[in-house]
Ligand binder design. Structure first.
Ligand code: HEM
Length: 314
């Protein structure tokens, strides 16, 4: 969607990712892992230059990997628009390059601003859909009757995604925020300058709000909507945290919801899923360092359609 191409590298002949994709995705997850790292200079800013925990260096190295792949594509694309070889936007990068100011003059964004926006969007987009889906499929593989029902009823699938966000958020907390003014939320007084860290687990598994909070019960979300109405992944009431709210809330609610549900629905529709013969049930333990499955999901996917339906285009 961003660069109008399937792979950053050449891709493997069988259609799978190759070294370039793995290096790239690893770099994004390294950056994401550092969003929550404790950093003394967040509290004592005069220490910032010392990078005492070494996080700055790790983040810089990971950002260099992203830039190694992004920058040549971005620079080439900007040149194509300048030379008049491109007129119509075909992907998100084209939209950013062709944005105009109120007088219709392009470019609105400088090359550095476009590069920064692309880094931001790539970092913000990757982990949520993939993690929600991995957890939802893992939970459902242990309940084959539910898996079957979902294959039959794709609307229901949306409820599964939503339940994965409630029960298995990608991280225990929302992205840290800082209060700009004194404020009061319910019974809490939050002084200006406080670091506000919202617990996703505390919200999503709150027994005052959720009946049997630790159970995977996607049908509970169907009660939230009228029959026939779309089940949405957003949770404006913040009874659990999917896209968050307010000024810094996620700008990708519609795109993120479509990506997650389409990805999940296509995986369920395209394959018969089962547990490996020697495995018994899927181990639903959470990792010690993060909220991902401790053991990445390993399952058997048997195509449900003729093989040509699955052919990969580059
Ligand atoms: C299921 C998919 C997604 C989920 C659950 C999700 C969730 C979130 C959450 C919880 C935040 C932090 C909000 C806060 O700080 O309070 C966020 C931020 C953000 N998301 Fe998403 N997101 C998803 C997909 C996307 C997509 C597809 C895009 C790209 C178009 C995107 C772009 C962003 C950006 C740019 C931010 C940072 C906003 C800011 O700090 O001002 N997200 N997202």
């Amino acid at each position: 969607m961003m660069f109008n191409r399937r792979y950053l590298g050449k891709g493997k002949a069988d259609g799978g990712p190759c070294f370039e994709e793995e290096e790239y995705v690893d770099a994004i997850f390294t950056i994401l892992a550092h969003i929550y790292s404790f950093c003394i200079s967040d509290y004592l800013p005069f220490l910032r230059g010392l990078d005492l925990e070494g996080h700055g260096k790790v983040r810089e190295e990971a950002t260099k990997v992203l830039e190694k792949y992004h920058d040549p594509i971005i620079e080439d694309r900007i040149q194509q628009w300048r030379d008049g070889r491109k007129h119509e936007p075909q992907d998100l990068l084209d939209f950013l390059v062709s944005l105009t100011d109120e007088n219709g003059n392009i470019p609105l964004l400088s090359t550095d601003e476009i590069k920064a926006q692309i880094n931001e969007i790539m970092i913000a987009t990757l982990d949520n859909p993939s993690t929600a889906l991995e957890w939802a499929l893992a939970e459902m593989l242990n309940k084959p009757e539910m898996l079957q029902k979902a294959v039959d009823e794709l609307d229901d699938v949306v409820g599964k995604d939503r339940e994965a966000f409630r029960l298995h958020p990608i991280a225990p907390f929302n992205v840290p925020h800082m209060s700009l003014t004194d404020t009061t939320v319910a019974d809490y007084f939050i002084p200006k300058g406080s670091h506000v860290i919202l617990s996703r687990v505390g919200l999503g598994r709150n027994p005052k709000v959720w009946d049997e909070p630790c159970k995977f019960k996607p049908e509970r979300h169907l009660q939230d909507c009228n029959k026939g109405e779309e089940v949405v992944l957003d949770e404006p009431e913040l009874r659990f945290l999917s896209f968050s709210r307010g000024r810094r809330g996620c700008p990708g609610v519609v795109l993120g919801s479509s990506m997650t549900t389409m990805l999940f629905a296509r995986l369920l529709q395209g394959f018969d899923w089962s547990i490996l013969a020697n495995q018994g049930t899927i181990d639903l333990c959470q990792g010690k360092k993060d909220s991902f499955l401790a053991k990445p999901l390993l399952a058997v996917a048997k195509p449900r359609f003729p093989l040509h339906v699955y052919s990969v285009s580059r």
